[in-house]
Structure formats: structure tokens, C-alpha cells
Design a protein around this ligand. Structure first.
Ligand SMILES: Nc1ncnc2c1ncn2[C@@H]1O[C@H](COP(=O)(O)OP(=O)(O)O)[C@@H](O)[C@H]1O
Ligand SMILES: [Mg+2]
Length: 220
């Protein structure tokens, strides 16, 4: 028995965490066993590295060193949580994964693609997402959402970057989605959370055969 691996990707405030939770609830309502997780993190070792990365402590070391830390965290996460859950037939819903590395360290951070290829091979092996939902909103909407969420809290290493940076992040995610259309589905995430959840449920149904979306109250 082998499970299904679904990742959510996109810039700040596109709604990844919100929609990961919604998707997990939706799949559980269909009777599936779901593991919700996130990157960087997901296992104790990887959560410790998350703190190092997002605090900005590794930023002076440059994007390549950050890529090494992300890869170390991902290796622990895949081996300790994702691969065992998939082997047990569960659905894994992961908030950020390999595409975030390709975007933030690769396209934007200019880390050499061959280094990222090697790190990806080391950290994930053959564990590839069955479906990647690329959530897209204009950066000004995403940043405004993230600012509301973080009201009072300090911005993390990536949130504190400027507007050009976030525009480059958006463009790089769009390019990822266009380059791998069989794995990736581009989701317009500028609508309200209910509409985005419905669009995601439709994609998960059509691409992976996991249930059909039913508008609540409309009967089944
Ligand atoms: N479709 C949406 N419309 C409006 N606000 C949203 C939507 N989705 C999420 N939010 C809100 O925007 C903020 C950022 O959402 P979040 O899911 O944390 O984004 P991400 O994980 O992609 O950074 C949160 O406060 C969340 O409640
Ligand atoms: Mg989030």
C-alpha cells in the first residue's frame, strides 16, 4: 500500500497553511488518514533547524549554506515522517517542499542548480510529490495578509525581504508550475478561503481521484 504526497507551495500569505489545514480536513472527511506537516520542520531535528534558518542566524553564511541546512532538515523530515507515512498508505499534506528550495535558494538566491540537484537527491531520494498545489496571489495581497497574520510578531528571515524580492518569488513559482504541469496545479488564491478550498478539492479529485467536492448544504 502506498499513500499520496501532496505539497502546497507559493509565496508569503498565499494561504498555504490555511489551505493545508482545509485540505487535510476535507480528506479526513472522505475517510482518509492524513498527516499534516510543514517545511522547514516536521520532525524534532528539522524543527530545530527551522529555528536556525528562519531566525536569520544562517543568513550571513549565504544562500548555499542555507540550502545545506534546508537539505539537512528535509532529509530528516522525509526519512523520519514522510516516507514512513506514505509506506503506511497515508496521505501526506506538506506546507512547502522542494519547490520552495528551487525558488528561494535557486531562482532568487542564485544557488547553482547542480548543487540543488545533488541536495535534492540526497534529501528526498525517490520521495516526490504526487501533486503540488502552487498558490498564486499578487505579492501585495500576500504581504498584506501575512502582515495581518503577524500583527505584533517580528517578520522572519524571508518575510522581511522587500517588494522586488517577493515579485521575483512569485515569478519563480509560476515558472515552476509551468515547467512541470503534470505534477503541479496552479491555483488562483486571491479569492476567499472557501473558494480556494473548493478549487483545491476539485483539483485533488480530478488529479488524484480523491473524492468529489460537494458544496456544503447542496447534498451529495
Ligand atoms: N483566501 C484568503 N483570503 C483572505 N485571507 C486569507 C486567505 N487565505 C488565508 N488568509 C489569511 O491570510 C493570512 C496568511 O495566510 P496563511 O495561510 O498563513 O498563508 P501562508 O501560509 O501562505 O503564508 C492568515 O491570516 C490567513 O487567515
Ligand atoms: Mg504558512
Amino acid at each position: 500500500m502506498s499513500g499520496r504526497f501532496i505539497t502546497l507551495e507559493g509565496g508569503e500569505g498565499t494561504g498555504k497553511s490555511t489551505q493545508a489545514r482545509r485540505l487535510a480536513q476535507h480528506l479526513r472527511a472522505l475517510g482518509r488518514e492524513v498527516v499534516e506537516t510543514r517545511e522547514p520542520g516536521g520532525t524534532p531535528g528539522a524543527e530545530a533547524l527551522r529555528h536556525v534558518i528562519l531566525s536569520g542566524a544562517a543568513e550571513p553564511l549565504g544562500p548555499a549554506a542555507e540550502a545545506l541546512l534546508f537539505a539537512a532538515a528535509r532529509a530528516d523530515h522525509v526519512a523520519g515522517l514522510i516516507a514512513p507515512a506514505l509506506a503506511a498508505g497515508k496521505i501526506v499534506v506538506c506546507d512547502r517542499f522542494i519547490d520552495s528550495t528551487r525558488v528561494y535558494q535557486g531562482a532568487v538566491g542564485a544557488v547553482d542548480a547542480s548543487l540543488l540537484d545533488s541536495l535534492e537527491g540526497l534529501s528526498v531520494g525517490t520521495v516526490r510529490p504526487d501533486l503540488t498545489l502552487v498558490l498564486d496571489v499578487p505579492p501585495e495581497i500576500g504581504l498584506a495578509r501575512a502582515a495581518r497574520r503577524a500583527a505584533g510578531a517580528a517578520a522572519d528571515r524571508f518575510e522581511k525581504e522587500g517588494g522586488d524580492y517577493h515579485a521575483a518569488v512569485r515569478a519563480a513559482f509560476l515558472a515552476r508550475a509551468a515547467a512541470e504541469p503534470e505534477r503541479c496545479a496552479l491555483i488562483d488564491a486571491s479569492a476567499d478561503a472557501d473558494a480556494v478550498a473548493a478549487a483545491i478539492a476539485d483539483v485533488v479529485a480530478s488529479r488524484l481521484g480523491l473524492g468529489a467536492y460537494e458544496i456544503s448544504g447542496a447534498g451529495a
